[in-house]
Design a protein around this ligand. Structure first.
Ligand code: MN
Ligand code: MN
Length: 460
């Protein structure tokens, strides 16, 4: 007997769309087609709705519960659900995995993450580790990390916790040999550190100098170098938050040669431009202080073309649940001390749909590819990312004709602002199912803290 049938909707996959019913049993999709699931215990009418796979957001910095915000991991997982995201990957937080001796360990960080998120999430989630130059010997810990269901990790080419090129090459090599994939934040430390020093020497400390000291060519140069190091390591490489046309050209050239190079972009770079930094009010500018910074309109257009044509593989949120008065610390500190990042776990699907298919920039099928199928495939979430038999019934009923204005007051994340305040988007999430269970219906949370499971991953 079938548990559930979602009937009458238009099922969208990465390869096509059709009117179809979706039968669900034991949390898995058991049939897709007209008239399947007759006699199911429960029927959800999806007439007029798109039936999408839940978005898979592979780049978030959700924070662990803390004394001043005990609900923040849970809140961001609820926000994900409201936004149509049914699986997210989180990076472990700065400062996790510190031993009694004060050194940091990747494996201890993973254990701490798992312990402190146990029973907290409303949707499924996983961990991607962060490798820094401050950990004792993170590269030695990678094989065990990968074998523990965490086969991806992020390394930085910039910031004081960056890896040197030598260490980056070593990390790429170990990941490649042990079935992992390294995610790299590409910005040139040499260029940026020099420009920052010049700005500070000239007394230029305001927010907008954050962006002025992180030019697109510094990202493109580091992107080129990361790709070269991956070749030397005979490994794949995944480039996080690609933001500009020049870096995209490096990726496109690598892909044209058949190299295993993958790249994501993020909604800020698809929705916003550097005109945000021209605002008089520092409290406005600081909302858009992210790394890499917002780029030009020409860059924004190039990213949409890249997303459509395949130079970019997927979109992830790079969610950072900063609060204006706390982490962002307005009135603003000197720009090198500003917390980089902006919230976005709840607005990912809304923005990509509203600016993508609803604006004629990509097809619905490509949207499903870049938000669900490809992130699930690249990150080893084999049960996720597609409305097809055998996958988890993580389903979003999406009304493509509704309109929605994004406002902080209507969001559920643990941040206290959205960079997209007042953005009017066509399309709205109506209902969300996680493994066949209702999490959101008509704007009401029906899920449960702890219903989300930690997903141990294995890459293809
Ligand atoms: Mn980053
Ligand atoms: Mn990030």
């Amino acid at each position: 007997m079938t548990d559930l049938v979602v009937s009458g909707g238009t099922v969208v996959t990465a390869t096509g769309s059709s009117r179809a019913d979706v039968a669900v049993d034991g949390g898995r999709i058991t049939a897709v087609g007209e008239g399947v699931g007759q006699g199911a215990h429960e029927r959800i009418d999806a007439t007029g709705m798109l039936v999408l796979p839940g978005a898979v957001d592979v780049h978030t910095h959700t924070r662990l519960p803390s004394p001043d915000q005990p609900d923040r991991f849970f809140a961001d997982s609820v926000a994900a659900a409201f936004g149509g995201t049914t699986t997210f990957l989180s990076f472990n937080n700065p400062g996790t995995g510190i031993s009694d001796e004060g050194s940091q360990s990747l494996l201890a960080g993973m254990r701490e993450f798992r312990a402190r998120t146990e029973g907290e999430s409303a949707v499924d989630f996983g961990l991607s580790a962060v490798i820094t130059g401050q950990q004792a010997d993170p590269i030695a810990e990678l094989p065990e990390l990968i074998a523990s269901g965490v086969p991806t990790a992020k390394a930085f080419m910039v910031y004081d916790f960056r890896l040197s090129d030598e260490r980056l090459l070593a990390a790429l090599r170990v990941m490649g040999r042990h079935g992992g994939m390294l995610q790299v934040h590409c910005e040139s430390a040499t260029v940026i550190d020099s420009l920052v020093a010049d700005a500070l020497a000239a007394g230029n400390v305001s927010c907008r100098h954050h962006a002025l000291t992180r030019p697109a060519y510094a990202e493109a140069e580091a992107t080129h170098r990361a790709i070269a190091l991956a070749r030397a390591a005979d490994a794949s490489v995944y480039l996080v938050h690609l933001s500009c046309a020049d870096a995209l050209a490096e990726v496109a050239a690598a892909k044209a040669r058949g190299w295993p190079v993958y790249a994501e972009t993020c909604p800020p770079y698809l929705a916003l431009t550097d005109t945000r930094y021209a605002a008089e009010d520092e409290a406005e500018v600081i909302r858009s202080v992210i790394s890499p910074p917002l780029r030009s309109e020409a860059d924004r257009q190039a990213l949409w073309l890249g997303l459509r044509a395949g130079g970019l593989d997927l979109v992830a949120s790079d969610h950072v649940p900063d609060r204006l008065a706390v982490e962002k610390a307005i009135p603003a500190p000197p720009f090198p001390q500003i917390s980089n990042g902006a919230p976005g776990i709840e607005t990912l699907l809304s923005l990509v749909h509203g600016l993508g298919p609803a604006a004629g920039r990509m097809t619905l099928e490509r949207m499903v590819d870049v938000l669900s199928r490809t992130p699930a495939r690249l990150f080893g979430l084999t049960n996720k990312g597609s409305v097809e038999v055998g996958r988890d019934a993580d389903l979003v009923l999406f009304d493509p004709d509704a309109s929605r204005t994004l406002r902080q007051t209507g969001l559920h994340h643990s941040s206290d602002f959205t960079p997209y305040e007042g953005f009017s988007m066509r399309g709205a999430v109506q209902s969300v199912l996680l493994r066949g269970q209702a999490v959101v219906r008509d704007g009401t949370f029906l899920g449960r803290r702890g219903a989300g499971q930690f997903v141990e991953r294995v890459l293809d």
